[in-house]
Design a protein around this ligand. Structure first.
Ligand code: UD1
Length: 435
C-alpha cells in the first residue's frame, strides 16, 4: 500500500465476532530467507498477505531467486543465486536484509545488504549480528550504505549474545547450519518464531538442538534440502484482536493461533478481569464487569511480549485506576502515547524502572515506563501512525472513542497485519479508506 494512505474509523460500540489470523509476520520472512540455504525449492503456507512479505519477495527476486506467491503459499526456488548485492532501494524498508548475509556468504561467498529499517522503537543497532558473523569467520565492514561481507569458509564458534536478541539469534542460526563444525549460541532468544525457524532448518536437514539454558548447539552440515512448512498463527495479531473486543465491551473469538503462544497474554488479561473460552481451534475473551488495573513488565519469551505492549496500554485506559507498564526490551517504544493523550488518555512516561525489577535502561534517560489512569472515555482524533504496532493500537483506541477518527500513514500498519479492514469489518467496525 502507498505511503500516506489514510483510514477513517467510525466507532460502532462493542466489537463482536470472529477473526482468523494467518502465519506470523515475524516468522514468514525468515523462512523465505532460510529457503536460500538450499538449491531445491521450499514451500511456506498459511502466509499472511502483508507488506513485509512483498518487500522480502522483491528482495529475493533482485538476487535472482524465483519467488512464487499462490494464495497463502509462498514457493521459493533458489537453484542458483544470481547476485550477492541487495539493491540500495531496499534501504530502511524492514529488518530482513541483515538475515541474508549468512545465506549469501554460503551460496555466493560475498554479500552486500543495505541499512536495515523497521519500526523506530529504539536505536536498534546490528552490532550483535556483525560481531557474530565475524566470529563465524566472515569479514564484515560497515559502510554508510550498509554491510559488506565476504568469507572463504565459515566456521562454527561459541557466541554469547549480550542480550537474547531475536534476529541476532536468527542470523547465527542461518549462518551456523552450513558452517564447518560446532556453533554454540549462549543467551539465545527462544521466542516461538525463533523456534519455528529452527524447526524449519531442522526439517531442511540442519543438525541443531536447544538446551534448557537458552543455548542452541548447531553442528554444521554440508548441504540442506528445501522443505515445506505451514506457519503457526500470529500471536501479536491474535492478542490485538482479543484486546479490541475487551476495549469496546464486546467479545472477539480468534481462530488460528495456538493457545501456547498466548499463555502470558491470557494470564495478563485474566488478571485484569477478562474471562476466556479456549478450544483447540479458537480463543474468546470477554469481561463481564469493569476491567481491573495491572502492573506489567515486557520481557523476552516466555515473558509478556514487547509487541503486545501498545494494545495493552490502550486497554489500560479502560481499567478503573492506575496501571503500569515497564518496557524492558526497547528503550523507545512509547512514541504512540502523545496521540493517545490527544484522545483523552491520562498517561505519564518515566525514565525509572516502574515494574517489578530493574532493567538495562535503568540509568538512562529513556522514557521506558508508563503509568495510565483509567477509566477514560476516549475522543476521536486525527492521528499519524508512527509504526506497525502503534498503528494498530490507535485503531483499537479509535474503535472505543466517542466519535470518528482519521488515521494517516496506515502503510506502517499494513506492513504487518493480514487484511485488517476485512478483519475489522467481520467484527462490525467499518473502516473507510480516505482518498
Ligand atoms: C524482533 C521482532 C520484533 C520484536 C523483537 C523483540 C522481527 C522482524 N521483529 O525484532 O517484532 O519486538 O524481536 O521480541 O522479528 N540489540 C542490540 N544489538 C543488536 C540486536 C539487538 O543492541 O545487534 C538490542 C535491541 O536494540 C533491543 C534488544 O536487543 O534493545 C532486543 O532486540 P531484538 O530481539 O534484536 O529485536 P529484533 O530482532 O530487531
Amino acid at each position: 500500500m502507498a505511503e500516506g494512505s489514510t483510514w477513517g474509523v467510525e466507532p460502532i460500540g462493542p466489537l463482536r465476532g470472529d477473526v482468523t489470523v494467518r502465519g506470523s509476520k515475524n516468522a514468514i520472512t525468515k523462512h523465505m530467507v532460510a529457503a536460500l540455504l538450499s538449491d531445491t525449492p521450499s514451500v511456506i503456507s498459511n502466509a499472511p498477505e502483508i507488506g513485509d512479505v512483498d518487500i522480502t519477495a522483491q528482495m529475493l527476486r533482485a538476487l535472482g531467486v524465483v519467488v512464487r506467491v499462490e494464495a497463502d503459499k509462498i514457493c521459493v526456488e533458489p537453484p542458483v543465486i544470481g547476485g550477492s548485492r541487495v539493491p540500495l532501494e531496499f534501504t530502511g524498508l524492514n529488518r530482513i536484509p541483515i538475515l541474508l548475509v549468512g545465506p549469501l556468504l554460503h551460496r555466493v561467498g560475498e554479500a552486500f545488504v543495505p541499512m536495515v529499517g523497521g519500526d523506530r522503537i529504539g536505536t536498534r543497532p546490528v552490532d550483535f549480528h556483525v560481531e557474530a558473523l565475524r566470529q563465524l569467520g566472515a569479514e564484515v565492514e560497515q559502510t554508510p550504505e550498509g554491510l559488506e561481507a565476504k568469507a572463504v569458509k565459515l566456521r562454527g564458534a561459541r557466541i554469547r549474545l549480550p542480550f537474547p536478541s531475536v534476529m541476532a539469534t536468527e542470523t547465527i542460526l542461518l549462518t551456523a547450519v552450513l558452517a564447518e563444525g560446532r556453533t554454540i549460541i549462549e543467551n539465545a532468544a527462544i521466542e516461538p518464531e525463533v523456534i519455528e525457524l529452527a524447526l524449519f532448518l531442522q526439517r531442511m536437514g540442519a543438525h541443531l538442538e536447544l538446551r534448557p539454558d537458552r543455548r542452541f548447539i548447531i553442528e554444521g552440515v554440508e548441504t540442506l534440502t528445501g522443505a515445506n512448512h505451514r506457519l503457526n498463527g500470529d500471536r501479536i495479531e491474535a492478542f490485538s484482536y482479543l484486546v479490541a473486543g475487551l476495549m469496546t465491551g464486546g467479545e472477539v473469538r480468534v481462530h488460528g493461533c495456538p493457545q501456547g503462544r498466548l499463555i502470558t497474554a491470557i494470564a495478563t488479561l485474566q488478571g485484569m478481569g477478562a474471562t476466556f473460552e479456549i478450544t483447540d481451534d479458537w480463543l474468546l475473551a470477554k469481561a463481564d464487569g469493569p476491567l481491573k488495573t495491572a502492573v506489567v513488565d515486557t520481557d523476552t519469551h516466555p515473558g509478556f511480549m514487547t509487541d503486545w505492549q501498545s494494545p495493552l496500554v490502550v486497554l489500560f485506559t479502560q481499567a478503573e485506576g492506575m496501571s503500569v507498564l515497564h518496557e524492558t526490551v526497547f528503550e523507545n517504544r512509547f512514541n504512540y502515547v502523545d496521540a493517545l493523550r490527544a484522545m483523552g488518555a491520562e498517561a505519564e512516561l518515566y525514565n525509572n524502572c516502574l515494574g517489578s525489577r530493574p532493567c538495562r535502561f535503568r540509568e538512562t534517560s529513556a522514557l521506558h515506563s508508563i503509568v495510565v489512569r483509567g477509566r477514560t472515555q476516549l475522543r476521536g482524533a486525527n492521528i499519524t501512525v508512527p509504526d506497525v504496532r502503534g498503528g494498530f493500537a490507535y485503531v483499537i483506541a479509535a474503535a472505543a472513542a466517542d466519535g470518528p477518527s482519521t488515521l494517516r500513514d496506515v502503510h506502517h500498519l499494513e506492513r504487518g497485519y493480514h487484511r485488517p479492514l476485512e478483519a475489522f469489518a467481520g467484527l462490525g467496525l467499518h473502516i473507510n479508506r480516505v482518498a
